[in-house]
Design a protein around this ligand. Structure first.
Ligand code: KIV
Ligand code: ZN
Length: 507
């Protein structure tokens, strides 16, 4: 493979991904995701937008302190105060990058800035020169590049490269482009920007028309050697290009692309779940690569074909992207702790001893209720017990009465600092009654914003996984809980959201 046959992967889950409405993540979750991105082999992690809030600044700085292999990047507008904040935040990083952006399309110039092309060009050059004094690794994005007049785009790119930009990113900011068109933009840059060999061209495509991955790949075919993307494709509005799809397209169709990345694809399944857990965005079952059905065959003809020869209906190995094998009983009622911890190891799950004890107790409990225990069940239990935050409140018990002619009523018991708190409440349904009782028990003002439920594995007795987004005392937090009983899973998710809030406010 030749030198420039590597496509660099720039992950922006923690910046553009977090811009998805409702995807706010806390600092601990962001750091955990950053570690997972590093394990995945991501070349550049865009950790946040340092100037946008103190929380973002601290989070970028925290990630910069801990991440050693991947380059840590902060976004900045083309303003000295933004560039300073970005430079300060990435200062502890072993390898840092500043990413500055400035809109260049006519529509943005006329309506957003009320500035001429020459004024924008000057701003871009000054910003790049200013930023280069603080960081050698510098990326410049002409925002809305795909709708920018070509001649002006070429002028801007040539000037920023001359001023010191080492990567030039070409955003399809509003997801308007088509693959042929976007590919032609990159080809045009390759042919018309005289000093383009001094910089790496990057793609950054949004998914408003469902074309983000196709556009990014068209960019790569035409010479881009960095792709900006997110886990599960989350991002502003309809999202960004999904990393797992891009990487697996390049890898599976090596015969076509003749390219590769540094990504260890076996980590995809795990990180996809981690991001889903932190954001509360459920991965659709039909999502390519990481969806629950991505490697399942339902039709008899397909099953027959796969049994005879896998390649009849499978273009990738599920295990190559870290999907646990879904057939067969993994563990059962009689499995001991050794088998349990071994299986966690196989699944690449690492828990502290205390969390392993709790997870094992949960597993035994589940094995009593559920005939078959799948890897997905173990992952859900481990995610439940591998707490990133201390369990300040614990759900001990609940009792519900409900029916078509009976008003739902719940008695809930929480443990708090070693003491039991028992509260009763009615509600519009059993889950609502539970949530009102939890609100009473914690004496916190809690408002449920979003609720999602998904079955974790197969069968009637599958674990149900509930994800909630709630505003606790004015702060938006996520919560997650799993159980074979969906009311219990719902209550656990709400208590988890309360604990996340308390952990954040204690900080
Ligand atoms: O979509 C976009 O244009 C962006 C830039 C800040 C790179 O996210
Ligand atoms: Zn974007």
């Amino acid at each position: 493979m030749k030198k420039n046959d590597k496509v660099l992967i720039f992950d922006t889950t923690l910046r553009d991904g977090e811009q998805a409405p409702g995807a706010t993540m806390n600092q601990a979750e962001k750091l955990e995701i950053a570690f997972a991105l590093e394990r995945l082999g991501v070349d550049i992690i865009e950790a946040g937008f340092a100037i946008s809030s103190k929380g973002d600044f601290d989070s970028v700085q925290n990630i910069a302190k801990h991440i050693k292999k991947s380059t840590v990047c902060s976004l900045a507008r083309s303003l000295p105060k933004d560039i300073d904040a970005a430079a300060d935040a990435i200062k502890p990083a072993k390898n840092g990058r500043i990413h500055i952006f400035l809109a260049t399309s006519k529509i943005h110039l006329e309506h957003k800035f009320k500035k001429s092309q020459d004024q924008i060009l000057d701003m871009a050059i000054s910003a790049v020169k200013y930023a280069r004094k603080r960081c050698d690794n510098l990326e410049f994005s002409p925002e809305d590049a795909s709708r920018t007049e070509k001649e002006f785009l070429y002028r801007v790119l040539e000037a920023v490269i001359k001023a010191g930009a080492t990567t030039v990113n070409i955003p399809d900011t509003v997801g308007y482009s088509t693959p042929a068109e976007y590919g032609a933009v990159i080809a045009g840059i390759m042919n018309h920007v005289p000093n383009i060999n001094k910089a790496i061209i990057s793609t950054h495509c949004h998914d408003d028309l469902g074309l983000a991955v196709a556009n990014s790949l068209a960019g790569v075919v035409n010479g881009a050697r960095q792709v900006e993307c997110t886990i599960n494709g989350i991002g502003e509005r309809a999202g960004n290009a999904s990393m797992e799809e891009i990487v697996m397209a390049i890898r599976t169709r090596k015969d076509f692309y003749s390219l590769d990345t540094n990504i260890n694809a076996k980590e995809f399944y795990r990180i996809s779940r981690m991001v889903s857990k932190a954001t509360g965005f459920i991965v659709p079952p039909n999502k390519a690569i990481v969806g629950a059905n991505a490697f399942r065959h339902e039709s008899g003809i397909h099953q027959d074909g796969v049994l005879k020869e896998k390649r009849t209906y499978e273009i990738m190995d599920a295990e190559s992207v870290g999907v646990p094998p879904n057939e067969g009983l993994v563990l059962g009622k009689h499995s001991g702790r050794h088998a349990f911890t071994n299986r966690l190891k196989v699944l690449n799950i690492h828990l502290s001893d205390a969390d392993t004890d709790k997870a094992f107790a949960r597993f035994k409990d589940l094995a009593d209720k559920k005939k078959e225990i799948y890897d997905e069940d173990l992952i859900a239990i481990a995610e439940d017990e591998g707490h990133l935050v201390a369990e300040i409140y614990t759900l001990m018990d609940y009792h519900v009465t409900s029916g078509t002619k009976v008003a739902p009523e719940v008695n809930i018991t929480l443990k708090y600092k070693g003491k039991k708190i028992v509260k009763k409440s009615t509600g519009d349904g059993p889950v609502d009654a539970c949530y009102k009782a939890i609100e009473k028990a914690t004496s916190l003002k809690i408002q449920l914003m979003d609720y999602g439920i998904q079955s974790v594995s197969q069968g009637e007795d599958a674990l149900g996984e509930v994800k909630v987004k709630a505003v606790v005392e004015g702060k938006t937090v996520m919560g997650r809980g799993a159980s074979t009983d969906i009311i219990e899973a719902s209550a656990k998710a709400y208590v988890n959201a309360v604990n996340n809030y308390l952990a954040q406010s204690q900080k």
